[in-house]
Design a protein around this ligand. Structure first.
Ligand code: 5GP
Ligand code: ZN
Length: 112
Protein backbone atom coordinates (compact mmCIF):
# COMPACT_ATOMS: atom_id res chain seq x y z
CA UNK A 1 0.00 0.00 0.00
CA UNK A 2 1.13 3.51 -0.80
CA UNK A 3 0.49 6.93 0.73
CA UNK A 4 0.49 9.70 -1.86
CA UNK A 5 1.84 12.25 0.64
CA UNK A 6 4.73 10.12 1.86
CA UNK A 7 8.22 11.04 0.68
CA UNK A 8 9.46 7.45 0.93
CA UNK A 9 6.50 6.18 -1.15
CA UNK A 10 7.49 8.87 -3.68
CA UNK A 11 11.07 7.57 -3.63
CA UNK A 12 9.74 4.03 -4.27
CA UNK A 13 7.64 5.35 -7.14
CA UNK A 14 10.56 7.31 -8.62
CA UNK A 15 8.82 10.69 -8.17
CA UNK A 16 11.66 11.76 -5.85
CA UNK A 17 15.15 10.70 -6.94
CA UNK A 18 17.38 8.75 -4.58
CA UNK A 19 20.77 7.06 -4.60
CA UNK A 20 19.58 3.44 -4.62
CA UNK A 21 21.96 0.71 -3.58
CA UNK A 22 19.51 -2.24 -3.63
CA UNK A 23 15.98 -2.84 -4.90
CA UNK A 24 13.71 -5.80 -5.40
CA UNK A 25 9.95 -6.33 -5.46
CA UNK A 26 9.65 -6.06 -1.64
CA UNK A 27 12.18 -3.48 -0.49
CA UNK A 28 14.46 -0.60 -1.40
CA UNK A 29 17.74 0.57 0.15
CA UNK A 30 19.08 4.04 -0.60
CA UNK A 31 21.55 6.55 0.80
CA UNK A 32 20.34 8.92 3.51
CA UNK A 33 20.32 12.49 2.18
CA UNK A 34 21.88 13.79 5.42
CA UNK A 35 24.30 11.03 6.43
CA UNK A 36 25.07 10.79 10.15
CA UNK A 37 27.85 8.22 9.62
CA UNK A 38 30.35 7.52 6.85
CA UNK A 39 27.91 4.94 5.51
CA UNK A 40 24.26 5.78 6.19
CA UNK A 41 21.62 3.83 4.29
CA UNK A 42 17.87 3.59 4.73
CA UNK A 43 16.06 0.30 4.14
CA UNK A 44 12.34 0.57 3.46
CA UNK A 45 9.66 -1.94 2.59
CA UNK A 46 7.26 -1.41 -0.29
CA UNK A 47 4.33 -1.15 2.12
CA UNK A 48 3.41 2.15 3.73
CA UNK A 49 3.16 1.92 7.51
CA UNK A 50 4.95 3.95 10.13
CA UNK A 51 5.13 1.89 13.29
CA UNK A 52 6.02 -1.61 14.41
CA UNK A 53 2.82 -1.39 16.50
CA UNK A 54 0.95 -1.70 13.17
CA UNK A 55 2.35 -5.19 12.63
CA UNK A 56 0.34 -7.89 10.91
CA UNK A 57 1.46 -11.19 9.40
CA UNK A 58 2.42 -9.79 5.99
CA UNK A 59 4.41 -6.97 7.62
CA UNK A 60 6.11 -9.52 9.87
CA UNK A 61 7.13 -11.43 6.76
CA UNK A 62 8.34 -8.20 5.13
CA UNK A 63 10.49 -7.21 8.12
CA UNK A 64 11.89 -10.75 8.38
CA UNK A 65 12.77 -10.57 4.70
CA UNK A 66 14.41 -7.14 5.11
CA UNK A 67 16.50 -8.34 8.06
CA UNK A 68 17.60 -11.35 6.03
CA UNK A 69 18.83 -9.07 3.21
CA UNK A 70 20.49 -6.36 5.31
CA UNK A 71 23.76 -8.17 6.24
CA UNK A 72 24.73 -8.72 2.60
CA UNK A 73 23.68 -5.23 1.52
CA UNK A 74 25.62 -3.67 4.44
CA UNK A 75 28.75 -5.70 3.64
CA UNK A 76 28.59 -4.69 -0.03
CA UNK A 77 28.34 -1.02 0.88
CA UNK A 78 31.33 -0.47 3.15
CA UNK A 79 30.09 -2.00 6.41
CA UNK A 80 32.18 -5.17 6.35
CA UNK A 81 33.46 -4.44 9.90
CA UNK A 82 30.01 -4.01 11.41
CA UNK A 83 27.08 -1.63 11.37
CA UNK A 84 24.32 -0.24 13.54
CA UNK A 85 20.61 -0.64 12.79
CA UNK A 86 18.20 1.99 14.13
CA UNK A 87 14.42 2.23 13.84
CA UNK A 88 13.09 5.50 15.22
CA UNK A 89 9.51 5.26 16.48
CA UNK A 90 7.58 8.41 17.32
CA UNK A 91 8.27 11.88 18.60
CA UNK A 92 10.68 11.15 21.45
CA UNK A 93 12.89 9.16 19.07
CA UNK A 94 12.90 12.02 16.57
CA UNK A 95 11.08 10.09 13.83
CA UNK A 96 10.46 12.48 10.94
CA UNK A 97 9.28 10.14 8.16
CA UNK A 98 6.31 7.94 9.01
CA UNK A 99 7.12 5.15 6.57
CA UNK A 100 8.94 2.54 8.62
CA UNK A 101 12.65 2.56 7.81
CA UNK A 102 15.74 0.87 9.14
CA UNK A 103 18.81 3.09 9.35
CA UNK A 104 21.99 1.16 8.47
CA UNK A 105 25.05 3.02 9.75
CA UNK A 106 28.72 2.13 9.63
CA UNK A 107 31.86 2.49 7.59
CA UNK A 108 33.69 3.75 10.68
CA UNK A 109 33.79 3.16 14.42
CA UNK A 110 30.53 4.62 15.67
CA UNK A 111 30.27 6.57 18.93
CA UNK A 112 27.95 5.05 21.53
P1 5GP B 1 13.86 9.36 10.94
O1 5GP B 1 14.31 10.58 11.69
O2 5GP B 1 12.40 9.46 10.56
O3 5GP B 1 14.20 8.08 11.62
O4 5GP B 1 14.73 9.34 9.63
C1 5GP B 1 14.38 9.93 8.42
C2 5GP B 1 15.65 9.98 7.61
O5 5GP B 1 15.28 10.22 6.25
C3 5GP B 1 16.61 11.10 8.02
O6 5GP B 1 17.86 10.54 8.37
C4 5GP B 1 16.68 11.99 6.77
O7 5GP B 1 17.96 12.51 6.55
C5 5GP B 1 16.23 11.06 5.66
N1 5GP B 1 15.54 11.71 4.57
C6 5GP B 1 14.51 12.59 4.66
N2 5GP B 1 14.10 12.97 3.44
C7 5GP B 1 14.89 12.30 2.55
C8 5GP B 1 14.93 12.29 1.11
O8 5GP B 1 14.17 12.95 0.41
N3 5GP B 1 15.88 11.50 0.55
C9 5GP B 1 16.75 10.74 1.29
N4 5GP B 1 17.62 9.99 0.63
N5 5GP B 1 16.71 10.72 2.65
C10 5GP B 1 15.80 11.51 3.26
ZN1 ZN C 1 5.20 5.66 2.51
Amino acid sequence: MKDKNCIFCKIIGGEIPSAKVYEDDKMLVFKDIEPKAKVHLLAIGKDHFGFISEMDSSREELLKYMFSKIPGIAAENGCENGYRLVINQGKDAGQTVFHLHIHIMGGETLPW
